[in-house]
Write a protein that binds this ligand. Sequence first.
Ligand SMILES: Cc1cc2nc3c(=O)[nH]c(=O)nc-3n(C[C@H](O)[C@H](O)[C@H](O)COP(=O)(O)OP(=O)(O)OC[C@H]3O[C@@H](n4cnc5c(N)ncnc54)[C@H](O)[C@@H]3O)c2cc1C
Length: 295
Amino acid sequence: MILDPSRYVAPGVSGPQGFKPIRKNIYLPVPAQVREILEENALVRTFVLEFDDPLVNQEFTYEPGQFMMVSMPHCGEAPISFSSSPGRAGSFALTVRRAGRLTSAMHRLRPGDTIGVRGPYGRPFPMADLSGRSLLFVAGGIGLAPLRSVLEFCLDNRDDYGEITLLYGCRTPADICFADDLEQWRQQGVHCLCTVDEADDTWSGRVGLVTELLPEAGAEAASWRALVCGPGIMIHFVLSRLVEMGFPRDHLFTTLERHMKCGVGICGHCFFDEKLICREGPVFSMSELGDTRNL
Ligand SMILES: Cc1cc2nc3c(=O)[nH]c(=O)nc-3n(C[C@H](O)[C@H](O)[C@H](O)COP(=O)(O)OP(=O)(O)OC[C@H]3O[C@@H](n4cnc5c(N)ncnc54)[C@H](O)[C@@H]3O)c2cc1C
């Protein structure tokens, strides 16, 4: 059955926030070839992908915060966020933590191999509303992946954004992702502060939770916007602390993860707090979320 994708655009969401499916049959994956694989750490790899079809490759667009449904034969399908900036046409990047069947199979991929993708799906970060603002990014572990898409988009459009600060926390130094990017972002003027929960011999930096870095961020509560991504408990404590610092709840944004099957608001698998995370999210402002303790 060919489904009309326009039926599945989230209510109240229009224009650039409505997803632009790359095929009429939304369940049909499109082949994409692995161009490059970057090892972020023992469990996390970034896959740079391009579509087999040059026309699709040329026309494909997405926005920071959106995700693709990724599949491999006999391994199932899972949502994975874009970790690249949409400004860099011709390819896109997905950063994947080895968790279960699909992601383990993805970690066995080599350049030149093919996977299936469908999307882009979900409500992105409100880049137009963030324009002209100074931005505070707070990430935990692989939660930096979707924020990397936003951050690189801001760097691609540097004049549209004010100061940029990134606070990044990981459990141990071995869990850090995008180490090369962090160095490059510092050189491009991003104020980056990193911390780990537990240090080892290789680490001479900060030790402690990422919330402890918030007072040093130099972010002004009234005018800055903050984007937060990481484990649920970390999101809760960071958002709560930012509210205590005076940030209005509608100036705080996060992206949520729930198990998904369809990715487009049909199956109801990702229903949480009266919302379909796949279609109404995964990006939400804090004012749209209820109790953040259960994130
Ligand atoms: C919007 C969104 C964006 C995401 N972006 C990324 C990303 O950028 N990078 C990334 O690495 N991951 C991302 N994820 C998470 C990723 O989709 C999951 O880790 C996915 O389950 C991996 O698939 P898998 O087949 O490898 O593992 P699975 O077989 O799904 O297993 C992974 C874990 O989930 C448990 N599990 C499986 N099914 C269920 C279920 N129905 N209910 C509860 N628990 C279950 C398993 O027991 C196991 O512990 C994202 C998720 C969402 C919703």
